[in-house]
Design a protein around this ligand. Structure first.
Ligand code: HEM
Ligand SMILES: *[C@@H]1O[C@H](CO)[C@@H](O)[C@H](O)[C@H]1NC(C)=O
Ligand SMILES: *[C@@H]1O[C@H](CO)[C@@H](O)[C@H](O)[C@H]1NC(C)=O
Length: 325
């Protein structure tokens, strides 16, 4: 038995070494077990309360983690407010007036600082755990989040504009964008399944409902016209699938019916012309259990993107500002 455990830990070390920071330390599931045994329960409690208050918040917290990880790794950089010397990521094209949940992260951070009797849990780890807890609260399967990320001491608007995909890309651009993060087409299709949750503003789907043909179901488009007129308000929301507060496979079924709200979502299913991507959409549409399993694994991969570990970065006291020297 001991030999098996040793053997497993060697394999785990080899597998995760590739995704850890320059200091070479890996993320581990039990990272806070000694330093703050109440950390995970505290995060889960605050996330649960936020979702009861507003079910959409679960979606918003999942997206926050994604937009953090795609910009120089999962390092909490998205949470930093602008300073005199630094324009951060909050006003990047994909984030400005769009990413939400910062106040929930603040509430989690202060609850965790209390529960841990000090500043122990990084903001980057809070984002990873809050995403998982949101998915579970909305009916998804659980997975172990690996922990031990440290927080960045800087953020970059330009890097965010460069790295976060936009909803007007075609499939090859999406694939290239994910590839630059070390993620595959399969990861793209599975992680896009997060759009089984949440909403989009009119500004991101207007062009699709008025100017796109072929892949779009006309009656679905028509149902959105009144809400999102050709000119005018950019704010009106439409849900990304027909069940925006439930982790399910309706998103993939919707793609097969021409009901993708975003251009990029429909790019994953081009009615036979999309090759592997089409096949994966069809597969997940019909296999909810496989989706639940593979989505957790893909979130783990997302959460492992270039973390700061060991002595790199810091553990921020307040997620919005770097610690004072
Ligand atoms: C593949 C490229 C992707 C593009 C182009 C994209 C784009 C978008 C856009 C335009 C919105 C609407 C935002 C708004 O109107 O304010 C959105 C919402 C959302 N995205 Fe993505 N996304 C992508 C992938 C992902 C991934 C990988 C995840 C998570 C793993 C994710 C999670 C979400 C969630 C949960 C929402 C709803 C947020 C809410 O209601 O507050 N997205 N996405
Ligand atoms: C962010 O959105 C606000 C409100 O629409 C706008 O005034 C501001 O110029 C935007 N910032 C950037 C950097 O685009
Ligand atoms: C549709 O496309 C045309 C031509 O590219 C553009 O001028 C127009 O603004 C677009 N309409 C909407 C509602 O996006």
């Amino acid at each position: 038995m001991a030999a098996i455990l040793v053997c497993f830990s060697v394999i785990a070390t080899v597998v995760f070494a590739g995704s850890s920071g320059a200091s070479g330390q890996e993320l581990t599931a039990d990272y806070y077990e000694e330093s703050c045994p109440l950390a995970l329960a505290t995060i889960k409690f605050v996330v649960g309360a936020a979702i009861v208050k507003e079910p959409r918040m679960g979606a918003s917290l999942v997206r926050l983690h994604f937009h953090d990880c795609f910009v120089n790794g999962c390092d909490g950089s998205i949470l930093l407010d602008d300073t005199d010397d630094m324009i951060g990521e909050k006003t990047a094209k994909a984030n400005n007036m769009s990413v939400r949940g910062y106040d929930v992260i603040d509430a989690i951070k202060s609850a965790v600082n209390t529960a841990c009797l000090g500043n122990v849990v990084s903001c980057a780890d809070i984002l990873a755990v809050a995403a998982r807890d949101s998915i579970v609260a909305l009916g998804g399967s659980s997975y172990d989040v690996l922990l031990g990320r440290r927080d960045a001491t800087t953020a970059s608007l330009d890097d965010a504009d460069e790295s976060i995909p936009n909803p007007f890309m075609d499939l090859p651009e999406l694939v290239a964008n994910f590839k630059s993060q070390g993620l595959t087409l399969h990861d793209l299709v599975v992680l896009s399944g997060a759009h089984t949750l949440g909403y989009s503003r009119c500004v991101f789907y207007r062009d699709r409902i008025y100017n796109e043909t072929g892949t779009l179901d006309p009656s679905y488009a028509a149902s959105l016209d009144a809400r999102c007129p050709p000119t005018g308000e950019d704010e009106p929301l439409a849900s990304l699938d027909d069940t925006p507060t439930t982790m399910d496979t309706d998103y993939y079924q919707g793609l097969m019916q021409g009901h993708a709200l975003l251009h990029t979502d429909q790019q994953l299913y081009l009615q036979g012309r999309g090759g592997d991507s089409d096949r994966l959409v069809r597969y997940y549409a019909g296999n909810p259990d496989k989706f639940a399993e593979d989505f957790g694994a893909a979130m783990l991969k997302l959460g492992g993107l270039r973390p700061l570990t060991g002595e790199e970065g810091e553990v921020r006291e307040d997620c919005r500002v770097m610690n004072q020297e």
